[in-house]
Design a protein around this ligand. Structure first.
Ligand SMILES: Cc1ncc(COP(=O)(O)O)c(C=O)c1O
Length: 476
């Protein structure tokens, strides 16, 4: 292990880790990368453990992007003047790169540039042909931007149903999934949405579900936002209909650009609720008519964030040159070590320090690990207290429910009756707002959040070891 990745870690903990994971040595090039391209992390003594919140960018990405902008004159794309054509070429090359990166055949899939994954999801939600007799089925541990689609479904009288999670692993039972998939209305529009990786528990749901759902008459929305930063997604193999991603989660820069990768056949089913600049071939005021453009163009409202789009290509090429499988493997080993070590931390009286929500091993899960801390009397330590204490040691972790209320409700065992009661009481009291504090009081002071550690591109052993040392500080 390189010097910089060992840092302050104790010799014995490093030795134990390397004994458990000898293949970690094969990922040493990531330590060099961190030292050269992400030096700010160690120069400023950061322990960055929030990769599911946002990825980190390399210095080279910024330089390449700056050089491109500095050496070209780019105009607003989609015109035929020289500066516009130059920009159109760059945007179209980046679009082709996105499809290529995810192995999505361009004759079968379109890449629609969006502001982020949520915007990609909204495009699907607002345009999917929901109506009476149609269905929206979704996993309990979806992000709120997937949950939010239920409001489009509801407003068009479609049926909405959630597929529940089973404790302790927070996975979906196969038989329960099959039962839910049986509910598709033949000949109608049925949309099934699930995360490839839960941003709450780190669970990776089987991609085989896509084929199963298709066979039962569902279109499939695969939320890949938390999955693709450290896992390969082969769209050509799995054939999901709609895949939203945010690029900043994959490689840190730029923010403000995401993508909806959509099967062209599935796109053809969508009905956009409006038209806008850039989305039509012809629109008429007096004739009161508009005609949508083909494919991705019909979904890209107004002017794209065109100067940032080349940075997407730079970022994807960066991930390819770093080695996606190497990053994946390192994250798997670090996650396995974290899980093993943190679940074995015990107070002097033998009680565990933390409870991890979700799988206790690194099998079929990604590098996001969510937990709560407990004192020696088994009383929960508020997640905000943990966050504040971590900040004092320059550790960036995330707390709350991570916009994943279903995951939170299952993990924290908040019941439906309890939650409905809270919202009913609030409605009765005529409250128009409902704060996190109202929520906490309503559920009798039970925790309404947790602490999430997530690893990514340049995570190293020292990051995890520093977190474990921090956690040991709560032992009594
Ligand atoms: C699984 C998942 N889906 C969707 C999103 C939404 O991404 P964005 O906030 O970039 O739109 C996130 C963000 O954390 C996520 O983790």
């Amino acid at each position: 292990m390189r010097e910089n990745s060992a840092g302050n870690s104790t010799e014995s903990s490093i030795r134990q880790f390397l004994q458990a994971f000898p293949a970690y040595a094969d990922t040493a090039s990531l330590d060099d990368l961190r030292a050269s391209e992400y030096a700010r992390l160690d120069d400023q003594d950061h322990v960055y453990l929030d990769y599911t919140g946002g990825g980190l960018y390399s210095t080279a990405q910024l330089e390449k992007h700056r050089r491109l902008l500095e050496t070209h004159v780019f105009g607003n794309p989609h015109s035929h003047n020289p500066t516009s054509s130059a920009m159109t070429d760059v945007v179209e090359t980046a679009r082709a790169k996105v499809l290529d990166y995810f192995n999505a055949p361009p004759d079968e899939y379109a890449a629609i540039f969006t502001a982020n994954a949520s915007h990609a999801l909204k495009l699907v939600g607002e345009s999917y042909p929901f109506g009476p007799g149609e269905r929206y089925l979704l996993a309990f541990d979806n992000h709120n931007s997937v949950n939010g689609i239920r409001e489009f479904a509801r407003s068009k009288q479609a049926a909405i149903a959630y597929v529940p999670l089973s404790l302790p692993e927070m996975r979906i039972d196969d038989a329960v999934l099959d039962e839910s998939l049986e509910t598709a209305e033949p000949g109608r529009h049925n949309l099934f949405a699930f995360p490839a990786q839960s941003n709450f528990s780190g669970v990776q749901h089987p991609l085989e579900w896509i084929e199963r759902a298709h066979a039962k008459g569902w279109d499939v929305l695969l939320d890949a936002a938390a999955f693709v930063p450290t896992n390969r997604l082969d769209i050509g193999r799995w054939k999901p209909d709609f895949v939203p991603v945010s690029f900043y989660k994959m490689f840190g820069y730029p923010t403000g650009v995401g993508c909806l990768i959509a099967r062209r056949d599935a796109l053809a089913k969508l009905h956009r609720p409006w038209f806008s600049g850039g989305t039509i071939t012809v629109a008429s005021v007096q004739g009161d008519k508009h005609y949508f453009a083909e494919g991705a163009t019909a979904f890209e409202d107004g002017t794209l964030d065109y100067l940032n789009i080349p940075a997407v290509q730079i970022g994807l090429e960066h991930l390819e040159s770093v080695g996606r499988d190497k990053v994946h493997e390192r994250c798997r080993m670090l996650t396995a070590w974290l899980l093993d070590q943190v679940t074995n931390l015990r107070h002097a009286n033998g009680r565990p320090l933390v409870r991890v929500y979700g799988p206790a091993t690194a099998e079929h899960r990604g590098g996001a690990v969510t937990m709560n801390f407990y004192d020696a009397q088994d009383q929960i330590i508020d997640h905000l207290e943990i966050e504040q204490a971590a900040a004092k040691q320059n550790i960036s972790l995330r707390t709350g429910c991570f916009c994943n209320p279903g995951g939170g409700e299952v993990a924290l065992q908040l019941s439906k009756t309890e939650l409905i009661g809270c919202f009913r009481d609030s409605d009765r009291a005529g409250k128009s707002a409902f704060t996190p504090e109202d929520f906490r009081l309503c559920v009798d002071g039970k925790s309404t959040g947790a602490v999430r550690i997530s690893v990514g591109l340049v995570s190293n052993f020292r990051d995890i070891d520093r977190f474990l040392n921090f956690a040991r500080g709560f032992l009594a």
